[in-house]
Write a protein of this length. Structure first.
Length: 355
């Protein structure tokens, strides 16, 4: 087939360049926001002092302690957690063919939080700052496994119901609301019978606060989330095929059932790991994919990388606002993601069509 004057190839190249340009622009915005995050807070740090500290050059001791012990792990936790939650939401929306799907709206976040609370109550795995390093690492693994079990239980139930009822949007959303309420009630029941130390640990899991992030938690989040993000990116072509319909995807050689289950399992694991360390962060997995889809479309080869950076950008921006709005008091970051996500969620329900 020949194209006159190369119009079609040129149009396609322009189409691709626009998507790549958007991804690069979001990445640069994220890089700038990381610098702002490291410099901002109750104690202002100059950019030059920041560069010297990161380069391990002699600098003010207070600035060095603040950056390495507080702001850098908190900033990196926001970046990685936002990326993991946003990409998990995009994958859930794709494999379930539901624009309202996300770890929060489908009740998976609440299930993971309940699993973490149950491990604190029954298995005595309270992950508090005063725990020693070996105990923290071992009990963190128990907490993650417990959170993953209940999030996976919820994910499998969502898949089962979606198959029964033909993947209707309102059925899955209502099921998610019911499951979220169920696990929230169960978590409250555990809190009622908990002692002071256990209650403090449970509140941490459900609070949605990045301020307690430390290096020993961060590397576990980064390792797990990084591997899962690579898994999601590797499956982008399969997700594109599934967007055309299950039968078409099967005709193209995609094992639809396996891809759907693997995507939900991976998204649930990413959600469980993140929530186990930072608590419930609402709506990032819903709003980030929708914002990106409005701008660059549904091609997952570009949608997923852009969503990763956008999720990091949204959560890091919310974290900066949480630190600065009532400085020196720090608000939970989930307050700001909820204020942003709730209107978007209502808009999607009212609009009632695909993004």
């Amino acid at each position: 087939m020949h194209f006159q004057n190369g119009h079609v190839p040129n149009a396609y190249s322009g189409y691709i360049r626009k998507k790549i340009f958007f991804i690069c622009a979001v990445f640069l915005l994220l890089a700038g926001l990381v610098i702002i995050s490291l410099c901002s807070g109750s104690v202002k740090i100059q950019a030059l002092d920041l560069l010297k500290t990161l380069a391990r050059m002699p600098v003010d001791l207070q600035a060095e302690l603040i950056i390495w012990n507080i702001r850098l792990p908190q900033t990196l936790t926001a970046v990685v957690s936002g990326a993991g939650l946003a990409c998990s939401g995009a994958v859930m929306q794709s494999v379930l063919k539901n624009p309202l799907a996300s770890p929060f709206t489908l009740g998976i976040s609440h299930a993971a939080a309940f699993g973490a609370a149950l491990s604190v109550m029954v298995l005595s795995s309270s992950h508090l700052p005063f725990a020693n390093h070996l105990q923290s690492l071992s009990t963190s693994a128990v907490t993650v496994l417990s959170a993953f079990f209940f999030s996976m239980l919820t994910a499998v139930l969502i898949i089962y119901i979606s198959r029964m009822r033909g993947a209707a949007t309102h059925i899955m959303v209502l099921t998610g609301v019911a499951l979220g309420s169920l696990f929230t009630a169960a978590t409250m029941l555990l809190q009622f019978f908990a002692d002071d130390v256990q209650l403090a640990a449970m509140v941490f899991w459900t609070f949605g606060d990045l301020g307690r992030a430390e290096w020993k938690e961060l590397w576990m989040i980064c390792l797990t989330t990084g591997l899962l993000l690579l898994f999601f990116l590797a499956g982008s072509k399969s997700y594109n095929a599934m967007a055309l319909g299950d039968e078409t995807a099967k005709g193209l050689g995609v094992r639809v059932a396996q891809v759907r289950m693997a995507g939900m399992m991976a998204a649930s694991l990413a959600t469980a790991v993140i929530i186990s360390f930072v608590g419930i962060i609402s709506f990032v997995g819903l709003i980030a994919p929708h914002i990106v889809r409005r701008i660059i479309g549904d091609d997952h080869r570009f949608l997923l990388p852009a969503t990763i950076f956008s999720g990091s950008l949204i959560l890091l921006g919310a974290d900066i606002l949480a630190r600065l709005l009532l400085s020196p008091h720090v608000l939970p970051v989930s307050i700001f993601t909820s204020f942003l996500g709730a209107p978007v969620f209502i808009y999607l329900i009212i609009k009632g069509n695909r993004p």
